[in-house]
Design a protein around this ligand. Sequence first.
Ligand code: F6R
Length: 365
Amino acid sequence: DKGNHRHFMAKEIHEQPEVVGRTIAHYVDMAALRVAFADPFPFDFKSLSRLTICACGTAYLAGYVARYWFEKLARLPVDIDVASEFRYREVPMTPGGLALFISQSGETADTLASLRYAKREGQHVLSVVNVATSTIARESDTTAATLAGPEIGVASTKAFTCQLAVLLALAVAAGRARGVLSADEERRIVEAMIGVPSLMTEALKREVDIEHLSRELAKASDVLYLGRGTSFPLALEGALKLKETSYIHAEGYAAGELKHGPIALVDEHMPVVVLAPPGELMEKTVSNIQEVAARGGRIILVGDARAAHEAALDTFATIEMPDVDPIVAPLVYALPVQLLAYHAAVFMGKDVDQPRNLAKSVTVE
Ligand code: F6R
C-alpha cells in the first residue's frame, strides 16, 4: 500500500522520520541518554584489534559511513569491503575478531558467502538486518535489527538510514566499552540521535525545491557527487541512487580527490552535487567547490546557512539544510540525496520502484 504516495520509493523516503525514530528508540535509553542494547554482546569491544565490515550496494555504503564512526568514536581499526570481493580475497583473520555484515534483505548471496567465510576464520559474526527471519540473521551469532519495516522500492532508502542509526548506536557502544567516549560525549551523541527524526521532517520540507532542481539533473548526462568524511560514502550513495533510478551516469568522489583527475570532466554542463554538512571538514569541502565553480560546473550545494554563506557567490543552487550535529549529519543529509534521485527519475518517466535490470534481493552472485 503506497498510502497517498505515487510510488513506494516516495512513501519509504517519507517514512524515515518514523522508522528511524523507532529504530533509535530501540537502541537508546531515552531517560539515561545512553545507548542501550537489550542483551550484552557476546564479544568484547574492548579487546578487539580490528572490525571487519562487509556488505553490498547501499548496505555497503552504510558500513562505509560507519567506518568513520567506529574509528573516531571507538578508535577501532576498520577493514571494509564489498562482499563480492571480500569473499574471494582470502583475507587472513585473527580468530576471535568481529565481522559485521549489513543487509536489508538478509539474503544477498555474496554477503552470506562472506559471512560463512568469516565464521570459518573464527570470527564472531554480528549482522545488521532488516528481515529478522532471513538467512543472514539466522546464521549470525548476534543480530541488531533495523526496524524499517518492509522495503518495497528496489532502491533502498529507509533501510539505509535505519542501518546508519543502528551502526551509530553500535559505534557508541564500542566507544564506551573501549573507554574512548566519556559519559558526557555519549549523552551529546544520544541527544543528537534523538533529534534526528524531527530534523528529517525538516529536511523533507525542502522537497518542492529539490523537485525543481532535479529537472536540472534530468538534463545532464553525467553528475558528480562530492563529500568529505562521512559525506564521502554519502556522495557514493547519492550517485548510486541517481544511476539506478534515473539511469543518468553519476559518480561519487571524495571532495579532496577531485583535483587528482575527475575535475577534468567538469564543464558548464556538469551538475556537481556537493554535500557539505557542518563539521571540521565543511570549509575544506567548500573550498574544493570553488575549484569546480572556477571551471563553470553547476554546483548544487547541500548544506546549512553557514555553508551557503561561505559558498554563496559561486553556487547554482543550494538545498538549505537544518542545523545538525555533525555526527548525525549522514542520516539527515541522506534525505535530499534520495529525493534528488527520486524526482529526477519521476520527471524522466522512469519506473522508480522497479528500475530495469535490478532485483530487490540478489540471491545469486
Ligand atoms: C541500492 C540497493 C542495493 C542493495 C544491495 C544489498 O539502492 O538497494 O545496492 O543495497 O543489493 O542488498 P541487501 O541490503 O538486501 O543485502
